[in-house]
Ligand binder design. Structure first.
Ligand SMILES: CC/C=C\C/C=C\C/C=C\C/C=C\C/C=C\C/C=C\CCC(=O)SCCNC(=O)CCNC(=O)[C@H](O)C(C)(C)COP(=O)(O)OP(=O)(O)OC[C@H]1O[C@@H](n2cnc3c(N)ncnc32)[C@H](O)[C@@H]1OP(=O)(O)O
Ligand SMILES: CCCCCCCC/C=C\CCCCCCCC(=O)OC[C@@H](O)COP(=O)(O)O
Length: 377
């Protein structure tokens, strides 16, 4: 292990990264709250401000991936589509198999200049996660309860609000609705069988309603669907804790740009179209397993320095007062103050650990885990 790698694996370094993230995140959340009156006066300006404020938070996680862990992200795509990425609104359909797939998505957002404005159809539980969830509220992220009776109107309304969004955005949709586990896979394949659909090896059966409602409500707003399939080299199982430990991974992302006009308007046809898309995605994963690469040329955008610069800015701003505070604390000699401070530090690190836990598949939800009564025809 090299010296740098040893340094990266030190708990103190990770504690500093988490402290900067936590303190800056709460400051940004507060600034976002301060933009509330502006929404009434100049909504577009409020949105633009919030895009930049959100960048301050999400780019720190991107910096951890790109600069701290040195993870490499390779893009396989058609060079003709490449010039459109970042210059139009798009719906991104991504497989949901890895704990850091959202972070790799964010990395590509950063490289194409849409990180601050990127959106997702997220489960409601994430709205309550401090910093990220609160940041999302001001970014007009679309939340769902994964209960169609309740979601059908709320999701459509939230999507309609994005029609006059002043910045280009990518709207991420994990059509599988939950992360891949062997049990969820087995159950969803029973559903596939009951519907007469071919079995998938690497994906759960996609939920089609969210996709249909998104496409219908973003017609005229988004230009295309970016069908994206992610995998990691050497059968690695990447984690956020691994990233914080400075572990380097290598992600490969295959993206196909599909103009929105090609997607059927009728709900049943749209559902059939999505099922076919997932069968194709499955064949790309099979190709990856067999050959170690995706079909199609590599056109990788380079990482940009902005996420690192943002992190250095917040570090300088926040580490100096922390150092002063620590010196004062030690020189005060008060046991009570030291004990209280240690308790606050412990509570903060437990909070960050809980947030990291939100990304862990073994702490995931039970959605898709319940056997459903099947009508076999
Ligand atoms: C150039 C570079 C390109 C790309 C870069 C990549 C990405 C970057 C882009 C943007 C980044 C932005 C942000 C990223 C940051 C963070 C993201 C973090 C995470 C958030 C993610 C989540 O929270 S995922 C969970 C929430 N999302 C979803 O669930 C979406 C999918 N779900 C749906 O669409 C659902 O339909 C629904 C949620 C709208 C409603 O769900 P509900 O369960 O109520 O209803 P359904 O109708 O779907 O279910 C009933 C039907 O499903 C059948 N069924 C039953 N059991 C199963 C089963 N186990 N599997 C499959 N299907 C099942 C059932 O038979 C019913 O069938 P019908 O025929 O009646 O439809
Ligand atoms: C600069 C580094 C800072 C390190 C500290 C980071 C602390 C913040 C960590 C995480 C913030 C929360 C990110 C939320 C994104 C989680 C994405 C996700 O994968 O959600 C799961 C959802 O799709 C499906 O859930 P289930 O599979 O049904 O359950």
């Amino acid at each position: 292990m090299g010296l740098l790698q040893l340094l990266k694996s030190q708990f103190l370094c990770q504690l500093i990264i988490c402290y900067v993230f936590l303190a800056s995140g709460l400051i940004v959340n507060l600034l976002q709250l301060c933009t509330s009156p502006l929404w009434l006066i100049n909504k577009q300006l409020a949105r633009r401000l919030n895009v930049r404020l959100a960048y301050c938070i999400s780019s720190q996680m991107v910096a951890a991936l790109e600069w701290w862990s040195g993870t490499e992200c390779t893009l396989y795509t058609d060079p003709k589509s490449y010039s459109l990425y970042g210059n139009e609104n798009a719906i991104v359909v991504l497989n949901h198999m890895f704990e850091i797939d959202f972070l790799c998505g964010w990395t590509f957002c950063e490289r194409f200049g849409v990180l601050g404005s990127s959106k997702v159809l997220a489960k409601k539980e994430l709205a309550y996660v401090p910093i990220i969830g609160w940041m999302w509220y001001f970014l007009e992220i679309v939340f769902c309860k994964r209960k169609w009776e309740e979601d059908r109107t709320t999701v459509a309304q939230s999507l309609q609000r994005l029609q006059d969004y002043p910045e280009n955005f990518w709207f991420l949709l994990y059509c599988e609705g939950t992360r891949f586990t062997p049990k969820k896979h087995q159950i969803s394949m029973q559903v596939a069988e009951s519907k007469g659909l071919p079995k998938l090896k690497y994906h759960l059966l996609p939920r089609t309603k969210g996709f249909w409602v998104t496409v219908q409500n973003l017609r005229g707003t988004a230009a295309a669907v970016y069908d994206s399939t992610l995998n990691f080299r050497n059968n690695e199982v990447p984690t956020l804790l691994g990233i914080l430990n400075g572990k380097k991974y290598h992600a490969d992302l295959y993206v196909r740009r599909i103009p929105l006009e090609l997607i059927p308007e009728d709900e049943a046809e749209c559902a059939a179209w999505l099922h076919k898309l997932y069968q194709e995605k499955d064949s790309f994963q099979e190709h990856y397993t067999e050959t170690g690469c995706f079909p199609g040329p590599i056109v990788s955008p380079a990482r940009r320095p902005w996420s690192l610069i943002n992190w250095l800015f917040w570090s300088c701003l926040l580490l100096y007062p922390l150092a002063l505070l620590l010196i004062q604390l030690i020189s005060s000699g008060s046991v009570l103050t030291i004990v209280v401070s240690a308790a606050i530090c412990y509570a903060a690190s437990a909070g960050v650990r809980w947030m990291i836990g939100q990304t862990e598949i073994n702490r995931g939800s039970n959605y898709g885990n319940k056997e459903v009564p099947l009508n076999k025809n």
